[in-house]
Write a protein that binds this ligand. Structure first.
Ligand SMILES: Cc1cc2nc3c(=O)[nH]c(=O)nc-3n(C[C@H](O)[C@H](O)[C@H](O)COP(=O)(O)O)c2cc1C
Length: 396
């Protein structure tokens, strides 16, 4: 079973991550990882930090001469900004108080609840870990999971559907070819495949920025068709829909998750939502002309592509700050401003992809297992044959 953890503070020396359960014999392509990490930094509306964050992945364990060896993989991403924070963020003891303390909690952040929970007045102790800088490590580990899925011919991609009140005209567009979708997405500064909507989104971000305000939005993650039966209905905490929703919701600022038609489906008649089965010929699995279920029925994959959407709230830090209270003086004060984005929905879509890759890799390793990549592939192939054999049309 694949497990993973991340550690590290936003302005500390480095982010560290560990992923365990990746089989041996899998080549790791550092260029692919670098590409994922650079996509996370892109997108119109991002702040100054993105110019500092040139993330270079370094593997410390679990990889030898570019190939996994089955042991836990440790990844390190150095924080390039640390040289400016060495005194404030020193791990060793120091006399006196740190210079850059945060004493005014920022609405919409972890500052207030975290300060009370961990009993710390300097809210920097909270925001350093609560910050979305942590998502860089999720993208690095998700990149390892993506390469695991690629070995099994599974691809994962994403695009931005909405920013603020601007939406794509065809949010349910059919995608035959992922590489075509990817080039449309990468041609857009907001990762939206529709040119007109992209331009309107950029304009909306520009206006929000001018007003010292921020924007959120919606993105979708899609996969190529998945093997039948990842996840299960047999226990609540093993349902794949629940695991995916938790993973998406765990991304900073994500406040809504939808699978397939999601909320739109809740407002329709069943006849307009559920996906009929049509015969494809003797001994063949039936075909399904629609995918309102988003590839999941009964908490299991049903052989269709996964479609999952996430709604991100507007960035919490406002350059025109909301009122807050200084916790040392008790007096009213504008919320602290920590260098910030105006809109990070495109970046969040890359993090969403990473989380989907990690959860799918976990579900696959649970169903098929395999200590080496060859064993995993063999288990998957034999399972496909079993599915064919037990398909009722094939039983004599
Ligand atoms: C990729 C990404 C970038 C983000 N950048 C910022 C930012 O620059 N400024 C900010 O205030 N919040 C940013 N956020 C959101 C905050 O991290 C988040 O709102 C905060 O940690 C509180 O968590 P919660 O919104 O999940 O309650 C970002 C989130 C993501 C996913």
């Amino acid at each position: 079973m694949i497990r993973f953890l991340t550690a590290g503070e936003s302005h500390g020396p480095a982010l560290v991550g560990m992923i365990e359960g990746i089989p041996s014999g899998m080549p790791l392509d550092s260029d692919m990882l670098r590409e994922d990490l650079s996509r996370r930094k892109m997108g119109y509306g991002r702040g100054g930090r993105m110019r500092i964050e040139t993330d270079e992945v370094r593997f410390l364990t679990g990889v030898r001469r570019g190939v996994t060896i089955g042991s836990p993989i440790t990844v390190i991403l150095e924080n390039k900004d640390f040289s400016h924070w060495e005194e404030d963020m020193a791990v060793g003891p120091r006399s006196g108080e740190p210079e850059r303390q945060v004493l005014i909690p920022r609405p919409g952040h972890a500052d207030y609840a975290g300060g009370i929970k961990y009993g710390m007045r300097d809210l920097r102790n909270i925001l350093e870990r609560a910050s979305a800088r942590e998502t860089a490590m999720r993208v690095a580990l998700g990149g390892v999971a993506r390469q695991y899925l690629r070995q099994l011919d599974i691809d994962v991609t994403s695009f931005v559907l909405e920013i603020g009140s601007v939406s794509m005209k065809s949010p349910h567009m059919e995608v035959k070819d992922f590489s075509e979708l990817r080039s449309l997405v990468m041609a857009s500064e907001v990762f939206c495949p529709e040119v007109e909507a992209s331009l309107a989104m950029i304009e909306a971000i520009r206006t929000a920025k001018r007003e010292g305000d921020t924007l959120g939005g919606v993105f979708e993650v899609r996969t190529t068709p998945l093997p039948v039966g990842l996840g299960t209905y047999t226990q609540w905490d093993r349902r794949l829909d629940g695991l995916l929703a938790q993973a998406m919701m765990s991304i900073q600022a994500i406040k809504a998750v939808e699978i397939g038609l999601g909320m739109e489906g809740a407002r329709k008649h069943g006849s307009k939502v559920h996906d009929a089965f049509l015969p494809a010929g003797p001994g063949q699995p039936p075909v399904r002309p629609t995918n309102g279920a988003g590839g999941l029925e009964g908490g299991m994959t049903n052989g269709q592509p996964l479609l999952i959407r996430a709604g991100m709230k507007p960035i919490s830090t406002l350059y025109n700050p909301l009122p807050s209270v200084n916790i040392r003086t008790g007096e009213s004060a504008p919320a602290t401003i920590e260098r910030s984005d105006t809109c990070a929905v495109p970046a969040a879509s890359v993090v969403g992809e990473a989380m989907v890759c990690l959860i799918l890799a976990q579900a696959i390793s649970e169903k098929f297992s395999g200590d080496s990549i060859g064993e995993l592939k063999a288990h998957m192939e034999s399972s496909e044959r079993v599915e064919q054999m037990y398909y009722p049309g094939n039983i004599v």
